[in-house]
Design a protein around this ligand. Structure first.
Ligand code: TZP
Ligand code: MG
Length: 226
């Protein structure tokens, strides 16, 4: 698939409070038409058969847009579907094992909220880090750490100091009102964020295509206060 563009990273949520009565694949297709650059299928409730069949449908649409599909937590589902990779948290199967199972071409991302977690993930060969939680969010209430833009910046600084080559996105409470400030305040002089990961500001939007277009524009435009 070549180099991954992390600018606007969509994380899915199929719970009725966020997705409503809509069809997840249709919402993701609209978001792709609006310009999202990575899709992570995150579903903590469906059984394995539903996960595999939904992931297959999502992969068909992401492939049309030449965008990588990553599966949250479930290496087995990623293997079954043959998609581009996975996103794992600190309590999931460890990165080295995931790499052994998926191979060197797979994209593997890890959630980190401390400098130690970030440096370990880099050492173990993560392709990218999902840094957060930046701001508290109703989408994920069991977050271990709310680290703010200051905590995000500390992590980026530590990665730069160690000279690690890893891509980075941050996650948690990011929407069109916060995105430019997050990118500006969190980025370290030597290590900038590569993008933002977003759930509700796209999935719960009335018009997911328009929401993605607007967010991508904001990510790509230097803010007036910079
Ligand atoms: N991990 C940390 S916060 C979060 C995840 C999956 C949810 C972010 O959701 P939203 O709606 O973009 O704030
Ligand atoms: Mg997980």
């Amino acid at each position: 698939m070549g180099t991954v563009d992390y600018s606007l990273y969509l994380v899915t949520d199929s719970t009725p409070t966020i997705l409503g009565e809509r069809d997840l694949v249709e919402v993701v297709e609209a978001a792709l038409a609006g310009g999202v650059t990575v899709v992570q299928y995150r579903d903590k409730v469906s059984d394995t058969a539903v996960l595999v069949s939904t992931a297959r449908k999502l992969h068909t649409v992401t492939q049309k847009h030449n965008v990588p599909l990553l599966i949250n937590d479930r290496i087995d589902v990623a293997l079954a579907v043959g998609c581009e990779g996975v996103h794992i948290g600190q309590d999931d199967l460890d990165l080295l094992t995931a790499r052994r199972l998926l191979g060197n071409k797979a994209v593997i991302g890890v959630t980190v909220s401390t400098i130690e977690e970030a440096l370990k993930a880099c050492k173990d060969g993560a392709n990218y880090l999902g840094i957060g939680t930046v701001f508290g969010t109703a989408t994920k209430t069991n977050t271990k750490h709310i680290i703010g833009t200051a905590g995000t910046k500390e992590i980026l600084k530590a990665i730069a100091t160690e000279g690690r080559d890893v891509r980075t996105v941050c996650i948690g409470g990011i929407n069109s009102s916060t995105v430019q400030r997050v990118l500006y305040q969190a980025s370290d002089r030597k290590k900038k964020l590569d993008g933002v990961a977003i759930v509700s500001a796209i999935i719960a939007a009335n018009d997911p295509k328009k929401a993605a277009e607007e967010l991508l524009h904001l990510v790509k435009t230097p803010p007036s206060f910079a």
